[in-house]
Write a protein that binds this ligand. Sequence first.
Ligand code: PA5
Length: 459
Amino acid sequence: MTIYNMEYDYSGVLVDAIGTEHGLTMREILFYREKTAAAHAALTRRSEMGEVGFMDLPGKVPEARGIEEMAAAKRRGMEACLVLGIGGSSLGGRALRDALKTPLYNEMSPEKRGGTPRLYFAENIDPETFSGLLGLLSPNRTLVVVISKSGGTAETMSQFLIALDWLKKNLGNAASQHVVAITDPAKGTLREIAGEEGFDTLDIPPNVGGRFSVLTPVGLFPAALIGIDIVALLKGAAAMANRCSSPGLEENPAYLNAVIHYCYDVEKKKPLSVLMPYADSLLSLADWYRQLYAESLGKRVALSGEVVHAGPTPIRALGATDQHSQLQLYMEGPFDKVITFIKVARPRRDLDIPYPLSYATPLDYLPNHTLGQLLDFERFATTHALRHNRRPTIFLGLEEINAFNMGQLLYFYELQVAFQGFLYGVNPFDQPGVELGKKLTYGLMGRKGYESYVKDLEK
Ligand code: PA5
């Protein structure tokens, strides 16, 4: 099935490929037509009520142009940008940087970076890393971008207080010019501080949750800071939204992928979903997918009120590296996984393998190839070996990695996961488990109003 510049091939889950015990028949898949119609209706209803903001984002091209202008102004004179945010407030931006500028972006010379600043995502609060990171940066040439939808997450706010103190100690009153805050338009502590301190701000639409926010300023502003074409990203997302607008299971690849994974989880007892790109620059995308899948689908209570403890487990892996780490398990361990491979047909660079030796060795088969060919042969061989071992596989082929195709891919997974939530009958847009963890942390750190959570822990 071709979706613009992306190929989606699910033949590796069918009975013809892997046999009746672990494979699916088209009849089994299409059995979910009715459930698909109900899940589609539930998602559409929510969207019409204005609760599914991520579906409106592809159309926000004028807003993206405004973000580009602001990014161009704020990065002037900056050598580095430091993004403070965690989970959905970080993973999407990092996925965009790594995919579209490669994971080596920060190591490149200013010329190779096209004059745009380095871009760091602090994310974790390990003091060793965070102090090390600040030690690499000069405050007078660093822009701090603090991102928090709630405006109060302890990890992000602690890093922010440290970074603001660092800026103020070094720059005095000019510190506020070095901060951009991305948060809820009206609510939260970060919004209040931004007003008080005079920071430039961008809004996260209230109806877009953290893990669905990559196409809001959360992902777009950091991307624009390093010159990524964010309008092309939105256009790719719009193309995918259009391609996946049909309620019909056979016509809608995002719905089809959701049904296949759902069916494997609940019927075939294969609750593990592996995403394994064969491209280093897509590993962060797999991290982003892992959070999207886990937080959206892992729920105790269904919308009906019934306790369900639903949720398949996402795993991220990297080809070819994890062939030497995970593959033995995928190949011969329990039949509990569905494995999706991502191939990039035209890598941005390739390398011939030379033969700088003047004598024969068993390695002389390598120099007739490129590294890219070796990587793709590995993917091909692994897929076929898994098929041979009756393991379900799915193939996603990207013609190349560019902003348009990334927009497609991100939207494809967002729609799949949102829809899949309604197949499970859970709310894919909340995260009560994460919120509880946050409240317990506040209590332990002595935040007023959260004492009762600590008392509960002591019981
Ligand atoms: O997807 C989510 O909702 C979470 O992962 C949040 O993004 C994460 O907890 C950070 O929250 P906030 O943006 O409010 O700081």
